[in-house]
Design a binder for this molecule. Structure first.
Ligand SMILES: Nc1nc2c(c(=O)[nH]1)N[C@@H](CN(C=O)c1ccc(C(=O)N[C@@H](CCC(=O)O)C(=O)O)cc1)CN2
Ligand SMILES: NCC(=O)N[C@@H]1O[C@H](COP(=O)([O-])[O-])[C@@H](O)[C@H]1O
Length: 246
């Protein structure tokens, strides 16, 4: 972890440590199904690192139970106990830094982060968003996509920047919107693909294959297109299965 805080320093100095030494902190607010997908990959030694803490702004988040059941440090840090977003983010930074993460992963973390927080972890802070960014930034993405009658929807993994859901996209997965699709059925389709691509994105970030740069993101040193790498269901399953064969 670079002391300058400059992401290019952080990433250029990023020499992949052995997998067991790479440390991940996950931030959640709710159910934690994406967290569970990461935990499951870790248990199969396919995550490329270890989840050392799970932190939730919602003390009753089911994801905290998932963390405890997996023997992972589960921390409730209620945002309602702080007078301002800045005060909360300051406390959140301290809790995270105690765990010395190589990567901070937002997995259904429903708080807009302050510039101070983003700059502290820029380049090693990622999020999964339930749309094909740059479409449908923000909340209620499935309902908005259905209301617009789009034929395709999906999910995106991106580096987190100060611009809400505007950071460089790393991976995307596309789902077809069927006739008669409901918000719930579409959410389930997208969730299933999130659970495939997020562990892959985390692994590739920890390995230094996905890297943040001032002009976007890179995969194995090559600049990524604006919508990142599109991963089909088969691509993602193969990537995970390949590791399974190792
Ligand atoms: N500075 C950034 N912060 C966050 C980003 C980001 O890219 N830049 N990604 C989001 C994740 N996110 C969508 O993927 C998201 C989360 C929360 C909200 C939001 O409006 N939150 C409200 C509270 C909503 C609630 O409690 O239900 C708020 O913070 O006031 C929008 C988008 C994570 N943060
Ligand atoms: N804007 C952020 C956002 O909407 N994130 C979305 O919250 C869900 C969390 O589910 P989970 O708690 O079961 O992982 C996921 O679908 C994720 O894409």
């Amino acid at each position: 972890m670079s002391e300058t805080g400059d992401p290019s320093d952080t990433l250029q100095d990023f020499t992949p440590e052995p997998a067991e030494a790479r440390r991940v902190v996950v931030l959640i607010s709710g159910n934690g199904s994406n967290l569970q997908a990461l935990i499951d990959e870790q248990h199969h030694d396919r995550l490329g690192g270890e989840i050392v803490a799970v932190i939730s702004n919602q003390p009753d988040a089911h994801g905290l139970k998932r963390a405890r059941d997996a023997g992972i440090d589960a921390v409730a840090l209620p945002h309602r106990e702080y007078d301002s977003r800045e005060a909360y983010d300051g406390a959140l930074i301290k809790v995270i830094e105690r765990h010395e993460p190589d990567l901070v992963v937002l997995a259904g973390f429903m708080r807009i982060l302050t510039p101070r927080f983003v700059q502290r972890f820029l380049g090693r802070l990622i999020n999964i968003h339930p749309s094909l960014l740059p479409a449908y930034q923000g909340l209620n993405t499935h309902a908005r996509a259905l209301a617009d009658g789009v034929a395709e929807h999906g999910c995106s993994v991106h580096f987190v920047t100060e611009e809400l859901d505007g950071g460089p996209v790393l991976l995307q997965a596309v789902v077809e919107v069927a006739e008669g699709e409901t918000e719930e059925s579409l959410k389930e389709k997208v969730h299933a693909r999130e659970h495939l691509i997020y562990p892959i994105a985390v692994k590739w970030c920890l390995e230094g294959r996905l890297q943040f740069a001032d002009d976007g993101a890179r995969f194995d040193g090559t600049p990524l297109p604006a919508q990142g790498l599109r991963m089909s269901h088969a691509d993602a399953a193969e990537e995970l299965d390949e590791d399974q064969e190792l």
